[in-house]
Design a protein around this ligand. Structure first.
Ligand SMILES: N=C(N)NCCCC(=O)O
Ligand SMILES: [Zn+2]
Ligand SMILES: [Zn+2]
Length: 323
């Protein structure tokens, strides 16, 4: 399999290697077998891997997330019937590969991620980042702030991730959104968490979380609200603000995403999450990440496939939003 393999190319947008002509289980594992960023003249959206997991509080392994999500994305096809869009045929999407960041020095890693993301936003104005643990959302939000000003964050997670410190450490996967608030990266009128559940350290956690501007749509309300209710609540909160979407894969129930570092029972189904993301075509999306995929605890690519489809829906929403 070579660079000259036939690709699905529409209106000059260079898409996936054509799976009807080249077996999809071989060849380079870029996301969805899309071209590399270096192989296209320009891109609208870059997919960036950040293999970093030095900020975790429990099971390690999300540093292998980018490779696992890419490997699990080989089966994605060009047309998304649920959204009625071909996400690679109306915008140029390309894989920018992985950032090599310091696993031994979190401060340095964060600086490298911000630098890498900012550098990419010039050739590719929209970024879909594959983590990595949730620490990486902070430098990604710094990069967003530099381009768009403070952004509304729609944060899908079992966890608040607005805690202050762990073991005295300020930069961890449980603290990115508190740091982001303190740094003025967020539009606090437009932020919300979706899928929060499980035990907290104390009732105060929720008070302190509200203080940094987040509304909470807990997993325990998902059944009552239904998918349509969740979609409406999110749209009402973010309005027409620039929106950054951060998807911690542990927002899904461990039945749908076992391969993650801090699993909590009682989460969303993949079908619910994908439906909610599909509705984001009508939001002003400026970037997104998918974090906390830890393949060592995955089975049969269950979590990797869920993450790949999350990426596909986000790319579809970006494609539709472009018009
Ligand atoms: N961001 C994720 N996945 N988890 C945060 C968990 C924080 C804790 O150990 O309490
Ligand atoms: Zn989480
Ligand atoms: Zn998280």
């Amino acid at each position: 399999m070579t660079e000259s393999d036939p690709r699905v190319t529409v209106d000059g947008f260079i898409g996936q290697i054509d799976a009807t002509q080249v077996p999809r289980y071989g060849g380079e594992p870029t996301f969805a077998r899309l071209p590399r960023l270096t192989d296209v003249p320009a891109a609208d959206v870059a997919i960036l891997g950040v293999p970093f997991d030095s900020g975790v509080s429990y099971r390690p392994g999300a540093r292998f997330g980018p490779g696992h999500i890419r490997e699990s994305s080989r089966l994605l096809r060009p047309y998304n019937p649920a959204a009625d869009v071909s996400p690679f045929a109306v915008q140029q999407v390309a894989d920018a590969g992985d950032l090599g960041v310091n696993p031994f020095n979190i401060d340095e890693a964060i600086a490298m991620i911000e630098h890498g993301a900012r550098g990419l936003l010039e050739p590719a104005p929209r970024l879909l980042t594959l983590g990595g643990d949730h620490t990486i959302a902070l430098p990604l939000l710094r990069a967003m702030r530099a381009t768009h000003g403070p952004v509304a964050v729609v944060h899908f997670d079992a966890h608040l991730d607005t805690w202050d410190t762990y073991f005295g450490a300020a930069y961890t996967h449980g603290t990115p959104f508190r740091r982001a608030f303190e740094e003025g990266l967020l539009d606090p009128e437009g932020c919300l968490h979706v899928g929060i559940r499980g035990p907290l350290y104390g009732a105060d956690d929720l008070v302190r979380d509200a203080d940094v501007g987040f509304r909470v749509l807990p997993a325990t309300e998902a059944d009552q609200l239904g998918t349509a209710g969740m979609i409406e609540a999110i749209a009402a909160r973010v309005g027409d603000r620039p929106v950054y979407v951060s998807v911690d894969i542990d927002v899904l129930d461990p039945a749908f995403a076992p391969g993650t570092g801090t699993p909590e029972a009682g989460g969303l189904t993949s079908r619910e999450l994908l439906a909610v993301l599909r509705s984001f075509a009508r939001l002003n999306l400026v970037g997104a990440d998918i974090v906390e995929v830890a393949p060592a605890y995955d089975h049969a690519q269950i979590t990797g496939i869920a993450a790949a489809h999350v990426g596909y829906e986000l790319l579809s929403a970006l494609a539709l939003g472009k018009n």
